[in-house]
Design a protein. Structure first.
Length: 44
C-alpha cells in the first residue's frame, strides 16, 4: 500500500503532458467540452 502513497514521476509526467495537450486543444477550439451538470446527468 505504501507504493500508492508516492506518485510515480513517469506517470505524473505523462499525465502532465496529456493535460497540457488537451488544454491547448481546448484553447484552439479543437475539442468539444461539456458542462459538468450534463456529464453528471449520465450517471443519475
Amino acid at each position: 500500500m505504501s507504493s500508492l502513497e508516492k506518485p510515480d514521476p513517469d506517470i505524473e509526467s505523462i499525465w502532465e503532458q496529456e493535460a497540457l495537450k488537451r488544454y491547448e486543444q481546448y484553447k484552439q477550439k479543437r475539442i468539444k467540452v461539456k458542462d459538468l451538470d450534463e456529464v453528471l446527468k449520465k450517471y443519475e
